[in-house]
Design a binder for this molecule. Structure first.
Ligand SMILES: *Cc1c(COP(=O)(O)O)cnc(C)c1O
Length: 359
């Protein structure tokens, strides 16, 4: 078996320990004589999985009892529509802070459903910073404030929680489970699974219970958070395999010491990669230092003409998926939970050698 170091932005690396359990489990899951993909989501085995999965997630994130844990399909993108649909009426106003492409997309969805106020927007500098909170133009009567905790493309992360009294709705797709958070700072947290949770196909939504009642009465069943809350997320057939893998990932995280332990590893990984970039005259990261992402590290080479060579040689060295997003150019190393520290060490070593030979 040959595994590479995978820096994909998503779907992203999964822990090898989890993949090995899956391989073992597939033909005969829990003595059922079937794989987890072949059994009813209403079987006692699967319901047991769902209960353990939620209990473990609640432990990992210290989710308070007055919050519901929902699992949906449709990815984070569907939650960009479900948030305004569930939290607003057509005459409501919502505040959006747009610090990257995902936030822009979320704001676009909200604008279709209610009055959109762009409280702040960092597109003037190609989404390389978070505008100072004191300058945000917030409305008096917003139903909520939306932020993207980590902008996966430009590599910009909130290192603070915005103030104010209205519920904060946060897209945490690429930051969830990377460190402890205070769930009660938020009204709603949503995250597609394929960065830090598991395979694509399942989406996590954490909603404060008083926000579950939809503000409109004509929503399709599957577009109402309340439906998921009332059915233990078995409103219709859920993506059982993705749910099963998420359960294994949560068990794995608890096994390594939970999010405090994970955060320490992630901090070391990010610090050493940024330090290597900053120490070099050949590589650079364009993001303002106090809002750099710990999960997605974009960097550009001194000469874009070397990009193709960098990608070819890194691939040959067993380092994959380093190509940057087309809107940013250059490279991007996504160093999610399942990317081991030794992968970051190998990348740093490769970068130094590439600079020595081509810089
Ligand atoms: C990946 C990503 C999305 C899109 O997620 P889907 O599951 O593909 O809908 C949205 N927001 C952020 C911050 C992301 O990283």
């Amino acid at each position: 078996m040959s595994r590479v170091y995978n820096f994909s932005a998503g779907p992203a690396a999964l822990p090898l320990e989890v993949l090995e359990i899956i391989r073992e489990d597939i033909p005969d899951w829990q003595g059922t004589g079937m794989s987890v993909m072949e059994i009813s989501h209403r079987s006692k085995e699967f319901v047991g999985l769902a209960e353990r999965c939620e209990a473990n997630l609640r432990e990992l994130l210290s989710i308070p009892d007055d919050y519901s844990v929902l699992w949906t399909q449709g990815g984070a993108t569907m939650q960009m529509a479900m948030a305004p649909l569930n939290l607003t009426g057509p005459d409501s106003t919502v505040d959006y802070v747009v610090t990257g492409s995902w936030g822009k997309k979320a704001a676009g969805e909200a604008g279709k459903q209610c009055n959109l106020n762009l409280a702040a927007d960092s597109s003037d500098k190609n989404f390389t910073y978070i505008p100072d909170e004191s300058g945000w133009q917030r409305s008096d009567d917003a139903a909520y404030l939306h932020v993207t905790s980590n902008e996966t493309i430009a590599g910009v992360e909130f290192h603070f929680v915005p103030g104010g009294d209205v519920p904060i709705v946060a897209d945490m797709s690429s930051a969830i489970l990377s460190r402890p958070i205070n769930v009660s700072d938020y009204g709603v947290i949503y995250a597609g699974a394929q960065k830090n949770i598991g395979p694509a196909g399942i989406t996590l939504v954490i909603v404060r219970n008083d926000l579950l009642e939809p503000a409109r009465d004509n929503l399709p069943h599957l577009m109402m958070w309340k439906s998921y809350a009332e059915s233990d997320s078995m409103t219709n057939t859920p993506p059982t395999f993705a749910w099963y893998v998420a359960d294994l990932v949560f068990q794995h995280l608890l096994g390594i010491g939970g999010l405090d332990a994970m955060a320490r590893i992630n901090q070391r990984k990010a610090e050493k990669l940024y330090a290597a970039i900053d120490a070099s005259a050949f590589y650079s990261n364009p993001v303002q230092v106090d809002c750099r992402s710990r999960m997605n590290v974009p960097f550009i080479l001194a000469h874009a003409s070397l990009d193709t060579r960098f990608l070819g040689e890194s691939l040959a060295a067993g380092l994959t998926n380093l190509k940057g997003h087309r809107s940013v150019g250059g490279m991007r190393a996504s160093i999610y939970n399942a990317v081991p520290e030794k992968a970051v060490d190998a990348l740093i070593e490769f970068m130094a050698e590439f600079e020595r030979t081509h810089g």
